[in-house]
Design a protein around this ligand. Structure first.
Ligand code: ACO
Length: 447
């Protein structure tokens, strides 16, 4: 081993055996499989890392998104999120994420054309939607419908074919706003609106959501721009819960619709894409500024969380939250102020001065203000995670493609630490000890 190799390595002594090992360090990382050589005996499986929730485990090498959580930095393919939010648009940013570079004028025109000509869905998708109950959560509908697309496009199974991947990318980015709007209109019993090719990607989505009897629906340009920026801010966020779900499910080599449906399902949860919905419920529950101290006290005593605060990676202000706060004021100029805004601003101020939150480095995340904007624009709260899914689709696809093309990747299959029973013999049912069941406690279901 050379001197430079030694400097880029980790010396480990296993005190159980007294043996020493040199583990190479690359990119500030050791390979967990290098730990396997550290054994107590020949029959030992080897040392494992235990990391529930992947707090300190890199699952892939990626060229897509960079985050420095301590400094509050977010970049897509090297471009700062602030510059993309100000100067780009959602479809251009989607191109950047998926292809790796910003497009020239001609490429952008072709990309935009291809996506906008993929916004229609198969007529049977409409029938599929109609199977959902009138009060079905739109995110549940989206999870099901995105998954169902795999049956409409069986060609998508050919994931090693680059042309096929490109086609599925165009289809998914094109159709997801259409299905999102359909899921909303389904819940209201409103007829579905066909895509309007004259409008921008985001303008068309607003049209499919809110158009009623107008001959020529034209979205409010301030709201259209604001929503487009919100989509950019949500477009990727490296190995978050839903992206990890997409990569993990995709690692079985399933088609991208099934993998992206898994991403949608992960996003449905209140700790991820459901957080902005939870923020609105929380603000409503607080109800007035004078009740904030009481609420903060209850959070500190462990009775729930301050939703829209805290992040696994950002231990400083989430850079997206800063941009969103600015957009909120532009939107409220058009729509009138959301009455919950004053509670949110005061809640943020109090929390940022409170030792509990300061000590734990809990700052507002992307979800703290985004829900207030969506609500002011007329989106019901259960559409919030759906909006997140539209924005995140290019990121999921970029990560899925990177995963499929990465020769180092394998089917995702973590290890476990088994702490259950040792071998024991099967006991026939008549010989098992009787257990008294408290029917009330266990809520036995009588059908
Ligand atoms: N309110 C109150 N306390 C919190 C909060 C919060 N929002 N978030 C974290 N904490 C506390 C925890 O109780 C814990 O305290 P302890 O050390 O005394 O036990 C400490 O801070 C660390 O929390 P963890 O749960 O270990 O942090 P983790 O990185 O696992 O969780 C998460 C991150 C899930 C985002 C968390 O901060 C949270 O639940 N926030 C509220 C939900 C939310 O806003 N989610 C959106 C995230 S952004 C996105 O998905 C787009």
């Amino acid at each position: 081993m050379t001197d430079s190799d030694k400097r880029n390595s980790l010396s480990i002594t296993d005190n159980r055996t007294g043996k020493s090992y040199e583990i190479p360090i690359e990119h500030g990382t050791i390979r967990s499989t290098d730990l396997r050589q550290i054994k107590e005996s020949d029959s030992d499986f080897g040392l494992l890392g235990y990391d529930p929730g992947y707090l300190n485990t890199a699952s892939c090498k990626s060229l897509i998104t960079y985050i420095d959580g301590d400094k509050g930095i977010l970049r897509y393919r090297g471009y700062p999120i602030e510059q993309l939010a100000e100067k780009s648009n959602f479809l251009e940013t989607a191109y950047l994420l998926i292809k790796g570079e910003l497009p020239d004028k001609e490429r952008l025109a072709v990309w935009t054309y291809n996506i906008r000509h993929n916004t229609m869905t198969h007529a049977n998708v409409t029938k599929f939607m109609e199977g959902f109950r009138y009060d079905a959560h739109p995110m549940g509908i989206l999870v099901g419908t995105v998954g169902a697309l795999s049956t409409f496009y069986p060609d998508a199974k050919d994931i090693s074919n680059e042309e096929s991947r490109k086609l599925q990318v165009r289809r998914l980015i094109g159709k997801i706003p259409t299905m999102a709007a359909m899921s909303f209109r389904h819940s209201l019993g409103l007829p579905y609106v066909h895509p309007d090719i004259e409008l921008s990607y985001t303008g068309n989505f607003l049209s499919m959501m809110f158009r009623t009897m107008e001959r020529n629906y034209r979205p409010n340009p301030v709201l259209e721009k604001a929503l487009d920026v919100l989509f950019i801010l949500h477009a990727d966020h490296e190995q978050n819960c839903s992206t990890n779900a997409v990569r993990s499910v995709g690692s079985s080599m399933v088609d991208p619709y099934s993998a992206i449906a898994a991403g949608c399902a992960a996003l449905y949860g209140p700790l991820h894409g459901g957080a902005n919905e939870a923020v609105i419920h929380m603000l409503k529950e607080i109800g007035s500024i004078d009740r904030i101290p009481e609420f903060i006290k209850s959070v500190k005593s462990g009775e729930g969380r301050l939703m829209g605060f805290g992040h696994r990676v950002y231990k400083n202000y989430d850079p997206r939250a800063k941009i969103i706060k600015e957009i909120a004021f532009q939107v409220f100029e058009e729509t009138g102020k959301n009455p919950l805004l004053d509670i949110a601003i005061e809640l943020e101020r109090i929390a940022l001065e409170d030792e509990y939150f300061v000590k734990r480095k809990l700052y507002p995340n992307v979800d703290f203000y985004s829900g207030l904007i969506y609500q002011a624009m007329g989106f019901p709260t259960d559409m919030f995670p759906v909006l997140f899914a539209i924005g995140r689709t290019p990121g999921w696809l970029a990560q899925w493609i990177e995963h499929v093309k990465d020769p180092e990747q394998k089917i995702a299959r973590p290890r476990q630490i088994y702490l259950g029973e040792d071998t024991r013999d099967f006991v026939p049912i008549e010989k098992r000890p009787k257990r008294v069941i408290d029917e009330q406690k266990f809520g036995i279901c009588r059908l």
